[in-house]
Design a protein. Structure first.
Length: 102
């Protein structure tokens, strides 16, 4: 589990420091209550999902630009088909899927 990532996700703006990588090294400097290890562990799947979806979004954007956009412009200029463009967009979505929180 990435404790800094989880803390940033569930308590944005909170003041804390982490000595090492374990929960025992977490010093809470904020006015709010220090989250428990169980709270951090419960939020970890959501953080992993958010990371995976951010990666998928970046990968989709790059693939659309490199692969689908040219097909769109070919279609618009009468040199290609709408179907080829739509098939490519679907292929990109399947190659870089979004995931849901387990």
């Amino acid at each position: 589990m990435d404790i800094p990532a989880v803390l940033t996700h569930i308590r944005p703006g909170a003041l804390w420091s982490l000595n090492g990588e374990e929960y025992d090294g977490l010093d809470w400097h904020d006015d709010s209550d220090k989250p428990t290890l169980a709270e951090l562990e419960a939020a970890w799947p959501e953080v992993q999902t958010a990371r995976a979806n951010a990666d998928a979004e970046r990968n989709r954007a790059a693939a659309y630009k490199a692969e689908a956009d040219p097909l769109f412009f070919y279609w618009q200029s009468g040199e290609g088909t709408e179907e080829a463009w739509l098939v490519k967009r679907q292929e990109i979505r399947e190659r870089h899927p979004y995931v849901e929180v387990p």
